[in-house]
Design a protein around this ligand. Structure first.
Ligand code: PAF
Length: 275
């Protein structure tokens, strides 16, 4: 695997590389990331992974400083997964002067759900992803469905800017007890880790009720939030939305997803489940 720290280096490797798949990450790779690398391989001649902890998508007081940086281990995992190129720029390479232009996703997509609780987050994501797209010029790019809203924002950005890049989602990879794999799981204490799978159980139960039909959505959401609160969580939201645009469904809409974000101790976890 070739490791590129500069934009010029990656660009030189890109020339003549055939069909390229890009998998952007912030590192601290787990089986969910590796599944994306494997999926990427089916869609391209060359797989390019990126590792960059993007300051722009963290708010003051969030976990930018303590976000786990495990470069050596990550490289070994990417190598084993058969990734061809890793782009791992430092901050000066990505943001040589303060980034003054930004991609501003519309508030109806980026100001709801996670965007309501993390204002500016999706602007930071969209801006860095647009930069990574310009740098790597991939034919296809892959993002995990665990960050469902992020995937939607990126899909819409690619469509509205006419980017010649196919955006693909990868299924969420879960631990045996159902907890969605996430770098942030590493922040959990042993007791919190034992409690954490409740988030997925709550989503599974809510999805089952919706499939049965006849439920009142706001009541189901409130019930789920209540179960989490009673078990020591501080939920930001549990919300049933339309898959396509994450807007509120009416009673007869199909194609739904239930999304949740909740804090367990000082760790904020998110998860979702297509109904
Ligand atoms: O999902 C992530 O890890 C990040 O949000 C991404 C897409 C790499 C942008 O920094």
């Amino acid at each position: 695997m070739y490791i590129h720290e500069t934009i010029a280096g990656l660009r030189a490797a890109r020339r003549g590389a055939g069909r390229v798949a890009l998998v952007p990450t912030m590192g601290n790779l787990h089986a969910g990331h590796i599944a994306l690398m494997t999926q990427a391989r089916d869609h391209a001649d060359q797989v390019v992974a990126t590792i960059f902890v993007n300051r722009l998508q963290f708010r003051p007081g969030e976990d930018f400083e303590k976000y786990p940086r495990t470069f050596e281990e990550d490289c070994a995992k990417l190598e084993a997964a058969g990734v061809d190129h890793l782009f791992a720029p430092d901050e000066a390479q990505m943001y040589p002067q303060p980034q003054t232009y930004h991609v501003e996703p519309p508030p109806e997509q980026a100001g709801v759900l996670d965007g309501e609780f993390r204002p500016g987050h999706f602007r930071g994501v969209a801006t860095v992803v647009m930069k990574l797209f310009q740098i790597a010029q991939p034919d296809v790019a892959l993002f995990g469905k665990k960050d469902y809203q992020q995937l939607m924002v990126i899909r819409n950005m690619a469509r509205e800017f006419n980017l010649p890049i196919e955006i693909l989602g990868g299924e969420t990879v879960r631990a045996a007890d159902g907890l969605a794999l996430s770098s942030r799981n590493g922040y959990l204490s042993a007791t919190e880790r034992a409690e954490a799978p409740r988030l997925y159980r709550v989503l599974t139960e809510l999805a089952a009720e919706v499939r049965k039909g006849g439920g009142n959505y706001p009541e189901l959401e409130a019930k789920a939030m209540n179960i989490l609160s009673l078990n020591g969580w501080a939920p930001d939201y549990v919300a049933l939305r339309k898959k396509l645009d994450l807007q509120c469904p009416s009673a007869h809409d199909s194609g739904l997803v239930v999304l949740a974000a909740a804090r367990l101790g000082s760790t904020r976890l998110i998860d979702n489940l297509e109904v």
